[in-house]
Design a protein around this ligand. Structure first.
Ligand code: GTP
Ligand code: MG
Length: 135
């Protein structure tokens, strides 16, 4: 069993899709190990997206992710990291995510792609520490 860090980003919360995302996680057979509604401060968002520092979209991304409440979750289960990435779909909701995925079903623009999921075991460990330091 492994753990992954999931965010329902501010667009997903604003649009009332928290329950939808959690339902898909649970139906997949994954378990919730932690869950919190919060508004991220800039330092947290910059740490979370440090790998993108310097890219053209970085400032917009940090503005967006700190712009309203989000839901942070730790999701646990066998193959939890790739399993949630599969549920999320590709980064671009139209060009990459297919119907049946969260982004494919509910998203259009790349910045407003509803959810985040850790992309590797190393990322998951790093990100869980950022969002849930006491876990
Ligand atoms: P996350 O789960 O959020 O990390 O998405 P990802 O792993 O599918 O994509 P990646 O880590 O490459 O990018 C992080 C986030 O930056 C994406 O989810 C998008 O919200 C945003 N992003 C990525 N590429 C672009 C881009 O070309 N333009 C804009 N505006 N945003 C982008
Ligand atoms: Mg990523």
């Amino acid at each position: 069993s492994e753990r992954t860090l999931v965010l329902v980003k501010p667009d997903g919360v604003e649009r009332g899709l928290v329950g939808e995302v959690i339902a898909r996680i649970e139906r997949k057979g994954l378990k919730l190990a932690a869950l919190e509604l919060r508004t991220a401060d800039r330092a947290t968002a910059e740490q979370h997206y440090a790998e993108h520092d310097g890219k053209s979209f970085y400032n917009d991304l940090v503005d967006f992710i700190t712009g309203g409440p989000l839901v942070a979750l730790v999701v646990e289960g066998t193959r939890a990291i790739p399993a949630f990435r599969q549920l999320a779909g590709g980064t671009d909701p139209v060009e990459k995510a297919t119907p049946g995925t969260i982004r494919g079903d509910f998203g259009i623009e790349v910045q407003y792609n509803l959810v985040h999921g850790s992309d590797s075991a190393e990322s998951a460990e790093r990100e869980i520490k950022i969002w849930f330091p006491n876990l």
